[in-house]
Design a protein around this ligand. Structure first.
Ligand code: CTP
Length: 431
């Protein structure tokens, strides 16, 4: 299936959905209009239900203007309309962003003292909450228990980010960027299982370039499509995704959800540093990038000339320059032998092996030997060459474990293959 037919399928399957956006009393309420705008921009209908406390941070007219409909906060604003029941029935999704500690407590207790909590009690639609508060409140046992209760009841909680908080604070409690919240909301509406909720997945994609001089490099033909498809599949399943991008086609990057954090790199050494840095709190790392095994031993500061001074000037006289290369580190193997996580938790390490097969063995024989050599938890082996495996063409993988034994097979578009691999990763992480 081509990218254009994928897009055609997406467009024909589109249906505008009815989304209630709840806004509670947190300074992060100022991000709610962006969330509402993104949801409406994606073609969905939004009704906004702020709490009284939310209205101390953001005005009802602003919320009404971006929602395109009036906002209500109380159950007595229009008693004849029985709004708390009507709103819950209308909703196909209830998204509370930001969700304050107080809102989480009231929702966990089953309170119904305003329109938002009443709507949460009456709706049968899926609910998502994106908490935002100070670290102390987030870490308090009361909030931990409320979050656990809500999760047990099926509410999706989007973990807050780490970063600067209001005042001089720094820590966990920041509302994630609106793009990430909206991406989660939309994938829940799609029915995509949220099997990677709360997990951090690092993916490398594309191909490194090893400079020779300011204008030339040693590179490879990887477009980055497979890695980007994996990043997209992980994000759709609720993961926080970091993509270490080595010269991924700009058209491929442009199709990624904005929730994915993209770190651009050029060389294998830069890629190693970026992957290891991102992997310090990663639950899984997928090395889909084509990493150059070697780099030029020296990089010329100025453009190399065809004929160095004093060198032969005719083709017939010249044997051609000889390029000295040094070996690059094996990033994948390094993740296994020297894990970047310092908190003792394990990171699932997944590699790719593009093989052609040769006189010494077929694709799978080489793949199994590589799986044992690299020691990654999973190695996705695909056949390349002969028009297969590179570019926008159907793909097939055989997934091996660290001892070279087959654990799964997948084929189809790069997105189909990515979906299957990411489901396998999610299943492994769940154990
Ligand atoms: N890889 C890596 N660092 C390298 C080379 C490769 O992390 N310096 C990773 C790739 O991202 C991929 C896996 O290792 O996940 C296998 O890459 P591949 O090029 O097939 O393996 P090589 O070790 O280069 O083996 P060979 O070229 O001999 O087949």
């Amino acid at each position: 299936m081509t990218a254009s037919s994928n897009r055609a399928r997406d467009v024909s399957a589109f249906r505008a959905r009815r989304i209630v956006v709840g806004v509670s009393g947190s300074i992060a309420a100022y991000k709610a209009p962006t969330i509402i705008r993104l949801l409406r921009g994606a073609g969905h209908e939004v009704r906004t239900v702020p709490t009284q406390a939310a209205l101390r941070f953001i005005g009802a007219p602003a919320l009404a203007a971006v929602s395109g409909s009036p906002v209500q906060t109380g159950v007595f604003d229009d008693p004849a309309a029985v709004e708390h029941v009507a709103m819950g029935e209308w909703a196909e999704l209830v998204l509370v962003a930001p969700a304050s500690a107080d809102l989480l407590a009231r929702a966990a207790a089953g309170r119904a003292d305003d329109l938002l909590t009443a709507t949460l009690l009456t709706t049968t639609a899926p609910a998502i909450m994106a908490p935002a508060m100070h670290t102390q409140m987030w870490n308090h046992p009361a909030t931990r228990e409320n979050v656990a209760t809500l999760r047990r009841r099926g509410v999706t909680i989007i973990e807050p980010d780490r970063g600067a908080l209001t005042g001089s604070g720094y820590g966990t409690g920041r509302l994630p960027e609106p793009e990430r919240i909206v991406a989660r909301a939309l994938s829940i509406l799609d029915g995509t299982p949220q099997t990677l909720s709360g997990q951090h997945v690092v993916v490398s994609a594309g191909g490194t370039r090893e400079p020779l001089d300011p204008v030339r490099y040693l590179g490879n033909r990887s477009s980055g499509r497979q890695g980007c498809a994996i990043a997209r599949a992980a994000a759709a399943r609720g993961a926080r995704v970091t993509l270490v991008s080595a010269h991924v086609d700009s058209t491929v990057l442009a199709e990624l959800p904005p929730s994915i954090q993209v770190i651009p790199v050029t060389t294998a050494l830069e890629l190693r540093d970026a992957v290891r840095d991102a992997a310090r709190d990663a639950d899984a790392v997928v090395m889909a990038a084509a990493v150059a095994d070697f780099r030029p031993a020296a990089v010329s500061a100025s453009k190399l000339k065809k004929h160095a001074p004093g060198a032969p000037t005719t083709q017939a006289d010249s044997a051609g320059p000889v390029l000295a290369l040094v070996e690059n580190p094996d990033v994948l193997a390094g993740l296994v032998t020297d894990p970047p996580r310092t908190d003792g938790a394990r990171t699932l390490v997944v590699g790719f092996a593009a093989e052609t097969g040769d006189a010494d063995g077929d694709v799978l024989t080489h793949g199994a030997a590589k799986a044992r050599r690299k020691g990654a938890d999973l190695l996705a082996v695909n056949a390349v060459g002969g028009g297969r495996g590179f570019g926008d063409v159907p793909n097939a993988i055989v997934v091996l474990d660290a001892s070279g034994h087959e654990v799964a097979r997948a084929h189809g578009s790069k997105q189909d293959v990515a979906d299957a691999l990411v489901e396998l990763i999610a299943a492994r992480l769940a154990h």
